[in-house]
Design a binder for this molecule. Sequence first.
Ligand code: 5GP
Length: 150
Amino acid sequence: MSTDDGARGDDTGAPKTIFGKILDGELPCHRIYEDEHVLAFLDIFPLSPGHVLVIPKERKAFLHELSDDAAAAIGRVLPRLARAVMRTTGATAYNVLQNNGAAAHQAVFHVHFHIIPKHGDRGLGIAWHPSALAGGDAVALVERIREELE
Ligand code: 5GP
């Protein structure tokens, strides 16, 4: 799968992203959590108070490029971080957002997960335009996706 529609933040020798610079200590951040594989810090332009970014230390632009180890490390810590953000902000609803590709609103090409508390009107706004799933299409789609699974 190719999603090469922006500057990449990976380990291919491409220019360093903002998050790469944060990882290397070249830019500051409001650090919340760090372990061997993961860093979490406040988003500099929050959609709501408590908007946190969680990034792998592995330098990949897109989620589908992450190693199993990096993905597992993120998955292990996301619920803990969400609990801490909710307790701290008092929010009872939140979104976890993860954009891949400029067309999908990705601006920084280093994998990141947003934790965005919902406070009244503040937080993530979603335009959701569903269509009905056609039975025949669904069967074919499932077969093809299963074939692609590694
Ligand atoms: P994306 O649209 O790529 O999913 O989100 C990128 C996020 O990175 C945005 O929410 C933006 O506010 C945040 N961001 C961009 N530059 C910086 C920065 O220098 N420091 C921090 N902490 N966040 C940043």
